[in-house]
Design a protein around this ligand. Structure first.
Ligand code: GLN
Length: 282
């Protein structure tokens, strides 16, 4: 089949799920992955006949996109903070708002560049938070914890591919009683309530790991309370606790922090939702 004609078919087939600009974008990503072509090649090298093998690769990508599989899972690739991460359906796809949390942590670390910061990340997933910190700040020692062995495998692969050395603990935070002492504890735990499911897009709902996303409606701060209480023994004095938070629970999270920490600050993300919080241990 001729490539330009195929592109039209590709974009039209996706029109029920994506708007045209998004569908075009997805085509160009597929073009890059399947043929190794840039957008400009598509304009220059025309007409172009797809051979059988490439046609069927494209068809497979299209089928997966129609099943609302995120493009990041189709090609096992996601970008975070300018770095390439491997992802699969055992880990969330890194989000832009989480980049903002990482930036806040990196700025905090930069305030004291001569100290070695010991950092614990809880619920690591693909490893985007701890690996980016270890990559961007040299004066850190990073440990991560996750309940999912499969997520840890992904995070280990990313640490190796990106050339950083961090430690991994495979256990549930809810069953963790004692840990070492850290300068920073950070977590992006599950925080979406079932009642918010209606707002979540199908591609997230069908394909992303529910273990990493959802909490019970009657106790949405379960991970937050647990980590706050762990911080009593595992955070150094003047150490910081950072969380990504549910945008609808800013007030509740702030109340929890104000009971236990000083210099508490709640920040919004790039779309203006309450999204992250930092407190300092007295
Ligand atoms: N921000 C993610 C989402 O909107 C949720 C991440 C989380 O639950 N920790 O899907």
């Amino acid at each position: 089949m001729e490539l330009k004609a195929f592109k039209n078919e590709f974009v039209t087939s996706l029109s029920l799920i994506y708007d045209e600009a998004e569908a075009q974008q997805l085509f160009y990503i597929a073009l890059e992955e399947v043929l190794g072509w840039k957008r400009v090649d598509f304009i220059m090298k025309t007409p172009f006949q797809l051979d059988k093998e490439k046609s069927s690769e494209f068809e497979n990508v299209l089928k997966e996109l129609i099943s609302e599989k995120p493009i990041q899972y189709i090609f096992n690739k996601a970008y975070f903070y300018g770095l390439d991460f491997y992802v699969n359906e055992n880990t969330l796809i890194p989000r832009q708002e989480t980049e903002e949390l990482v930036e806040w942590i990196l700025n905090t670390i930069a305030e004291n560049p001569s100290k070695t910061w010991r950092i614990l990340d809880i619920g690591t997933g693909s490893g985007c938070i701890p690996i980016t910190i270890a990559k961007m700040a040299k004066n850190v020692e990073v440990t991560t914890l996750d309940i999912s062995e499969k997520a840890i495998e992904v995070a280990k692969k990313n640490a190796q591919d990106l050339g950083v050395s961090i430690s991994f603990i495979n256990q549930s935070i809810l069953e963790t009683e004692v840990l070492d002492l850290y300068d920073i504890i950070v977590s992006n735990p599950p925080y979406v309530r079932n009642l918010e499911k209606v707002e979540i897009k199908n591609n997230v709902l069908i394909h992303e790991p529910h273990l990493a996303l959802f909490v019970e409606d009657d106790d949405p701060l379960i991970f937050y309370r647990k980590i706050v209480s762990l911080a009593e023994n595992s955070l150094k004095s003047n150490g910081y606790l950072f969380f990504e938070i549910n945008q609808y629970l800013g007030k509740e999270t702030l109340d929890l922090f104000n009971k236990h920490f000083t210099n508490v600050e709640l920040r919004k993300d790039f779309v203006g939702n309450d999204r992250m919080i930092r407190g300092m241990k007295v």
